[in-house]
Design a protein around this ligand. Structure first.
Ligand code: F6P
Length: 524
């Protein structure tokens, strides 16, 4: 069993420092060029022997067939009886039986380009995306990452939360005549998005826009065109996508419309092409040189082998500030499960907690704990080798920090080294201080360097993680494409909302004492 082998590998207590040492061949073998990306796993506790036997396990566990199922559009989401068609959205040429769907996807992209041009031609310069989860995080990540390439006089704003403060902030300084609202919702039933959409309509009316002008400023991106129509969105403003595109995998679909508006359709196609390049990579590369598989293996080694509870993602690029939250949804909503695909409880831990931030800023916040905390948290560092701003002399400092942090996590500092830095090593205070300046080291990290932060590089990066998540899911026996864990809270919210909207409504005795007290407090 692969998982048993990972446990045994972890129990062998390898020291990264020894593993890395002067082994240049290993460093080279564990650094993969993938399109515009360079994925470096050499600071992970991986050995060539582990890679070879994991590759054999992957074959015998049917991982190639699992990828074939995904790319062939076979059912990989059995609880919803659906395939997962996000790779088809970016496939240069589809398998013959998916040609009709592929053609429809291409047509939608043409509609996206035409509608973006029409809106711009009508004087719209700001799009406000009203959507949450996968209908927000992907476009927001890509916009902030690629904003330096935005077309002149075009801007995006995002409102996800039902908190009115989010809408209020997004509307600051916006001229109602020059803005349009994008209602992004696969289900078109999400409470937050529907409330924000209704408020946006009201705001336009309050600013004197006629029903026709309001209609001209609403666009729907959805898998439920009928629901969008019923909400009052014009037919030619509805961009549809397939039910088989999961929310957190929907960046490549009509959900990417705001990006087409702000970056142009060529940039959007390039984003898709970057993802397609990774699709080819994951299908064609042997497991030992397969970036998505090696990331999946590393995650399982950390989670199942070493039982590390969390992973941190630190982007040394302000433009990738949204990457940690994007990956939070991708990883934790996909694989944050304790029941397997066959309904039986998992016997191993699944998705880690994903958190992170932007370097170097977070070096002055949580890195203390990464270096000396009691939990080991593997880190992924991400950066662009070449910047796109004029402050060129900043960049070596940024990249030196990245290199220093991953080396420091691995190397650590021994008591003897710390004591050696003291002027009087026999002084008891110096000895006590030296003990506190010890870094255990041997802490793993992954580094991803893109040449430049281009649409293609971003597409490759996001697709790399999508496939990692799928491969982890298959190896753990998880369905990575459903999310039943979000249902209960939504149901209870449906129960409590009328009780908070109308403070005179009777509070049902069936509600537990703690929640009842909370509701009373909120009503007061
Ligand atoms: O709450 C979970 C979820 O269903 C996500 O999976 C999804 O991305 C998000 O809500 C938004 O859903 P929709 O696009 O249907 O509004």
């Amino acid at each position: 069993m692969l998982l048993d082998e990972l446990r045994a590998h972890a129990n062998a207590e390898r020291d990264l420092r020894k593993l890395v040492g002067n082994d240049h061949a290993r460093a080279e073998a564990l650094a993969l060029p993938i399109g515009e990306l360079w994925l470096d796993l050499s600071k992970q506790p991986l050995t060539m022997g582990l890679l070879d036997s994991a590759a054999a396990h992957a074959d015998s566990l049917g991982l190639r067939e699992a990828l074939d199922d995904l790319f062939a559009g076979r059912i990989v989401n059995p609880s919803e009886n659906r395939p997962a068609l996000h790779p088809l959205l970016r496939a240069p040429s589809p398998p013959p039986h998916l040609e009709a769907q592929h053609r429809a996807m291409r047509q939608t992209r043409q509609q996206m380009a035409a509608l973006a041009d029409r809106l711009a031609g009508d004087g719209i310069s700001v799009l406000i995306n009203l959507g949450i989860g996968g209908s927000d995080l992907g476009p927001k990540l890509a916009y902030e990452a690629l904003r330096h390439q935005a077309l002149p006089d075009r801007e995006l704003r995002f409102v996800a939360n039902v908190d009115g403060a989010a809408l209020e902030t997004a509307l600051v300084g916006v001229d109602p005549k020059q803005c349009a609202f994008v209602l992004a919702s696969k289900s078109f039933g999400t409470q937050e998005t529907r409330i924000n959409a209704a408020s946006a309509q009201r705001w336009m009316a309050e600013h004197g826009l006629s029903p026709a002008q309001i209609g001209a400023r609403l666009v729907a991106l959805t898998a439920k065109p009928d629901a969008a129509r019923a909400f009052g969105v014009r037919d030619d403003h509805i961009l549809a996508f397939d039910e088989a595109i999961g929310g957190r995998y929907s960046l490549w679909s009509a959900i990417g419309f705001p990006l087409v508006f702000v970056l142009g359709s060529t940039a959007f196609e390039t984003l898709l092409a970057g993802a397609a390049q990774l699709d080819r990579h994951v299908r064609e590369q042997p497991w030992q040189r397969n970036g998505a598989f090696l990331l999946a293996l590393t995650e399982l080694l950390h989670r199942v082998g070493y039982r590390y509870p969390a992973q941190s993602v630190v982007a040394y690029d302000e433009r990738l500030a949204r990457l940690p939250e994007y990956l939070q949804q991708l990883v934790m909503e996909s694989n944050g499960k304790s029941i397997g695909i066959d309904g039986s409880p998992l016997t191993v831990p699944a998705a880690p907690v994903i958190w992170g931030g932007v370097g170097t800023s977070v070096q002055h916040a949580f890195f203390q704990s990464l270096h000396q905390g009691t939990d080991i948290v593997p880190v992924t560092f991400v950066a662009a080798r070449v910047p796109d701003h004029r402050w060129r002399d900043h960049h070596p400092a940024l990249l030196a920090n990245l290199a220093a942090q991953s080396a420091a996590l691995m190397r650590g500092r021994s008591f003897e080294e710390a004591l050696g830095q003291e002027s009087d090593p026999s002084d008891p205070a110096a000895i006590a201080r030296a003990r506190q300046r010890v870094f255990a080291g041997n802490r793993p990290s992954t580094t991803i360097i893109v040449e430049r932060l281009t649409p293609a590089a971003l597409g490759t990066l996001v697709a790399l993680y999508e496939h990692q998540v799928y491969l982890v899911g298959r190896l753990l026996g998880i369905n990575s494409f459903d999310q039943w864990g979000v249902e209960l809270g939504k149901e209870l919210c449906g129960e409590y909302l009328p009780l908070l909207s109308d403070p005179s409504a009777a509070l049902p005795a069936s509600i537990d004492a703690s929640t009842l007290a909370l509701l009373r407090r909120l009503r007061a």
